[in-house]
Design a protein around this ligand. Structure first.
Ligand code: 13P
Ligand code: SF4
Length: 329
């Protein structure tokens, strides 16, 4: 079912209007999890309360791996649509629910299927590598899916004489070209959160904190990645602050990661990287933050909105995800 159709179905169901003022969300979510043999998977960018109640918190790769091996009957995906869709592709017989179906992703939206298909068809000799932040339709047109954790390994696994298309994140693509020395054709997509950071303000802040290390997610712009001491996925950034001897960090990624980081290194100073427009909360992903404890409770109670996917599309998309899983073992 398309995202639009599913959203319409959700409006028709209308259960988001049900009053829940008296509900103790923590108690009820714990009860429903047990009663329904559900597992709650949450991304590091979720609000703190959701991270705290989840069975497993991780980055895109770890969450896909956890979804692939769960024996729960219901997967409650506290993340965005493409993540829940990936879990459904891996678990066609299980119920997969997402607290808010409108939780999309600017990167996934930057690759419309018709345009991407035409691009792929125009380069039939290329191996197509797509970031996991894509729709099932794009994954079905892809040879190997990757995440920011395994992207370098996946590009390096492709024979040197094979030309590569990389989509949809141009910043991650650029960074991979630098890391692997491969000349890749890049799709022109971007994450609006990681593009919002201000290099001038970051350098200003670094002057005020001369001992702080700048660390960044590879979805950030090229000039920021150039000055970063470390570039890595969300789990890479988390490990880095744990292992580095530095006591202060300026962190250029979605601000939700600071919750887990601060729990791991309570004694260190973690400073969120400033954004260009100080009037917006652009370092928060508005899609990720659509999920709330109330919506988490409602989706577990009513088992809606559930992710559905046509079987022929699922099978095609699965191949590119399985190739990723195989290479990242
Ligand atoms: P990772 O979880 O792979 O680091 O990706 C970050 C992200 O932007 C997810 O949408
Ligand atoms: Fe998409 Fe960026 Fe939000 Fe991640 S942080 S879900 S890449 S918009």
């Amino acid at each position: 079912m398309s995202l639009q159709k599913a959203q319409k179905k959700l409006q028709d169901v209308g259960f988001l209007d049900i009053p829940t003022d008296q509900v103790d969300y923590i108690k009820e979510i714990n009860r429903l999890r047990k009663e329904k043999n559900a597992v709650i998977l949450a991304h590091y960018y979720q609000v703190s309360e959701i991270q705290d109640i989840a069975d497993f918190v991780g980055d895109s790769l770890a969450l896909a791996q956890a979804a692939a091996k769960t024996d729960a009957d219901m997967i409650v995906f506290a993340g965005v649509h493409f993540m829940a869709e990936t879990a459904k592709i891996l678990n066609p017989t299980k119920k997969v629910v997402l607290p808010d179906l409108k939780a999309g992703c600017s990167l996934a939206e930057s690759a419309p299927t018709d345009k991407f298909e035409a691009f792929v068809n125009a380069h039939p000799d290329h191996v197509v590598v797509s970031y996991i932040n894509t729709t099932a339709d794009i994954k079905a047109l892809t040879d190997i899916v990757c995440t920011s954790t395994n992207a370098e390994k996946i590009i390096n696994s492709i024979p040197k004489d094979k030309p590569i298309i990389f989509a949809p994140d141009r910043n991650l693509g650029d960074w991979l070209i630098k890391k692997t020395g491969r000349d890749m054709l890049l799709w022109d997509g971007a994450c609006y959160v990681h593009e919002a950071f201000s290099i001038d303000k970051i350098l200003e802040l670094a002057k005020e904190h001369p001992d702080a290390e700048i660390i960044a997610h590879p979805e950030s712009r090229k000039h920021l990645l150039k000055v970063a001491k470390y570039v890595g996925s969300t789990s890479g950034l988390l490990n880095y602050v744990k292992e580095s001897n530095a006591q202060e960090f300026i962190i250029a990624t979605e601000v939700g990661i600071l919750h887990k980081m601060q729990q791991e290194v309570p004694e260190k100073l973690l400073i969120p990287a400033p954004v260009e427009d100080s009037t917006c909360s652009c370092s928060e992903c508005a899609y990720m933050k659509m999920n709330t404890m109330r919506k988490l409770y409602l989706c577990m109670k009513y088992e809606e909105p559930a992710i559905e996917i046509e079987e022929a599309l699922r099978v095609k998309a699965l191949k590119s995800i399985e190739r990723m899983m195989e290479i990242s073992k």
